[in-house]
Design a protein around this ligand. Structure first.
Ligand code: BGC
Length: 392
């Protein structure tokens, strides 16, 4: 394993020095270099800047199988995930931008981002805790979505690349930021493993009672980013219930059986098979944009979902300690992101998110698993995205 890694790194260095800088800037995937992945990742220079006084950069994790994951500390965003397909061809399965500026646009759809302090919506952008009402910054009609307009997705995280496999990101969210109480000290660790998995470990502590719900908002396309819609992906979600929403996409509080509805993914089913069915919940979400209920209080690491892109044979297994998972099918994508990697645009439903989480609007739903964090407690969750491809 070690020798392979040394050989791979040596090959990487040789091929990088063989590339001219213009090649690296383009992010062109049609590489002729010996290391087929070296120029599939945007140039580091495209991400090196200073935002609100802090340096931004692009960090690349690599494993013994040539899998690579590029992450910027602007929003802790996963920019590229390069994995082998069924024929061994390296394929980028994460949607993202060629340059940092892509992630800084207004209404950018959270590509690759760490989401916080609260993943998904809090109804009417307010909640009560210990008898006090906290008013949040509304950014989705009357609701707070993904932590507010300048949530964790738009903050510069302190980065420490420990080695080829591990990137540690830290951020302290100030008391009152986006309306949330308490100074929240957060750490998110991305670890790439030699079994082609990305593990994300989230921890947080607070100095005042608050609510926390951290997740990752990577848009995946397992047929390769920019390679058509995701309707043909075969999805299994290990959930017998989901949380139906109202017109503002806030959970009603009900846990509804998936059986007999287009939300039943307990058996592997193509995403597109029922997405446009005549179903009130699908109409509200403009397709799939719902939280699925994974457990009843079980916080052990378990498989939440398994999804395959048939064109590449690449499968992704999602495992998590979280009680819920949001399946978002890219219904609000408009193809305006034409500054995608290598100049690609990402139209309607060409990416999906599987966001492990506590349920949306939990601070206002006492029957949902709690998202309250108190001083002296440690918020701790983990999620794994593991990639395989049936070799031919
Ligand atoms: C939400 C969608 C939202 C999207 C933003 C998802 O997590 O569930 O409703 O539009 O994020 O890109």
């Amino acid at each position: 394993m070690k020798t392979n890694l040394v050989l791979f790194l040596a090959a990487g260095i040789l091929s990088l020095s063989a590339c001219d800088s213009s090649q690296q800037q383009t992010g062109n995937s049609d590489s002729t270099s010996t290391d087929s992945t070296s120029n599939m990742i945007p140039s580091k220079a495209n991400y090196q800047d200073t935002v609100e006084g802090k340096a931004t950069d692009l960090y690349v994790l690599k494993n013994a199988n040539n899998m690579q994951v590029a992450i910027t500390n602007f929003g802790g965003r996963v920019v590229s995930i390069i994995v082998p397909d069924k024929d061994g061809k390296m394929t980028d399965v994460a949607l993202g931008y060629e340059k940092l500026s892509g992630y800084q646009k207004a209404n950018e759809p959270y590509f690759g981002a760490i989401i916080g302090r609260y993943g998904n919506r809090i109804g009417n952008a307010q909640f009560q805790l210990d008898g006090k009402t906290y008013k949040l910054a509304a950014n989705n009609g009357p609701a707070s979505l993904h932590g507010g307009p300048t949530g964790f997705h738009a903050r510069v995280w302190d980065a420490n690349q420990v080695n080829d496999y591990t990137l540690e990101l830290s951020y302290v969210s100030k008391d009152g930021e986006e309306g949330f109480p308490g100074n929240l000290t957060c750490k998110v660790v991305y670890t790439l493993t030699d079994d082609n998995a990305i593990k994300i470990d989230y921890t947080a502590t607070t100095d005042k009672a608050t609510v926390v719900n951290l997740t990752n908002h990577t848009y995946f396309n397992l047929n390769g980013e920019g390679n058509g819609d995701i309707n043909d992906h075969i999805l299994k979600i290990n959930a017998t219930k989901f949380t139906p929403v109202d017109a503002a996409l806030i959970p009603t509080g009900e846990l509804k059986d998936v059986a007999g509805t287009p939300f039943d993914f307990t058996k592997p089913t193509a995403v597109g098979e029922r997405v446009d069915a005549d179903d009130a919940q699908l109409k509200l979400g403009k397709g799939y944009d719902h939280n699925f209920v994974l457990t009843n209080g079980d916080t052990t690491m378990k498989q939440a979902a398994l999804i395959t892109g048939p064109k590449t044979g690449i499968s992704m297994e999602v495992l998590t300690t979280e009680p819920g998972i949001q399946f978002y099918g890219g219904n609000f994508m408009e193809g305006k992101e034409n500054d995608g990697k290598a100049g690609k645009a990402y139209p309607f439903r060409t990416g999906f998110c599987l966001e492990t989480q506590h349920f949306p609007d939990s601070p206002n739903k006492p029957s949902f698993p709690t998202t309250t964090l108190k001083p002296g407690e440690t918020y701790k969750t983990s999620t794994i995205y593991k990639f395989t491809a049936a070799q031919q």
